[in-house]
Design a protein around this ligand. Structure first.
Ligand SMILES: NC(=O)c1ccc[n+]([C@@H]2O[C@H](COP(=O)([O-])OP(=O)(O)OC[C@H]3O[C@@H](n4cnc5c(N)ncnc54)[C@H](O)[C@@H]3O)[C@@H](O)[C@H]2O)c1
Length: 180
């Protein structure tokens, strides 16, 4: 992702995503299309004045909204999709698991499918350099005691909450698209 290139970013009003949007705009000189549903966790103010730049296009919407994502792909022709958007709070996932399944599982599936169709239409050169960047969570590996070895990418999945189960499903979906 280099200067002048466009990135379709999801969840760029959240805690970590907003910092990465700022990095892409300020340090990399990218154009950022920032799709965010502005849930309880999303605050555009976190971007500060940089959010007003002409290279930042904020779009209020859901990742699961396939027609909206298809439209953004075709309108902005991104070189990458950066997928930060998620329902993220463990306690909320215990109270309202459906919201997490829709956002994190169905949302991943729709975003992948939209990306696949867009990617299939790119030139061979653009296909080669295109990137889908997903932000996973260490919570898929479950909890550790002091006696356990640290988890790494090869550890078995042991999700302990609807949140971590939804992130594990999201990882599996993405891995399946990488393979196929
Ligand atoms: N915060 C952490 O400690 C941590 C650790 C590991 C992984 N992660 C992962 O990093 C990513 C970002 O985490 P965060 O802490 O910044 O999250 P956050 O909850 O602060 O922000 C999530 C953002 O996504 C948006 N959003 C939620 N559902 C959406 C949907 N369906 N469509 C569009 N936008 C939606 C929210 O409005 C919000 O702006 C997540 O994927 C999370 O699983 C976070």
């Amino acid at each position: 992702m280099t200067s002048g290139e466009t990135v379709l970013f999801t969840g760029g009003a959240g805690f970590i995503g907003s910092n990465y949007v700022r990095f892409l705009l300020q340090e990399k000189g990218c154009c950022v299309v920032n799709l965010d549903a502005l849930t309880y966790a999303g605050h555009l103010e976190t971007l500060g004045r940089i959010g007003d730049r002409s290279e930042h296009h904020f779009v209020l919407g859901l990742v699961v909204d396939r027609s909206l994502v298809d439209y953004l792909m075709s309108r902005y022709q991104p070189v990458a999709v950066v997928y930060f958007a998620a329902e993220t709070q463990v306690d909320r996932s215990i109270d309202s698991p459906d919201v997490f399944m829709r956002a994190n599982v169905r949302g991943t599936s729709e975003l992948l499918e939209s990306t696949r169709i867009y990617w299939n239409r790119l030139s061979t050169e653009k296909q080669r350099t295109f990137r889908f960047v997903h932000i996973p969570s260490d919570k898929v590996y479950g909890s550790l005691t002091h006696d356990n070895d640290p988890s790494d990418e090869n550890s078995a999945y042991r999700p302990c909450s609807p949140y971590s189960a939804s992130k594990a499903a999201s990882n599996h979906l993405i891995q399946s698209y990488v393979q196929t």
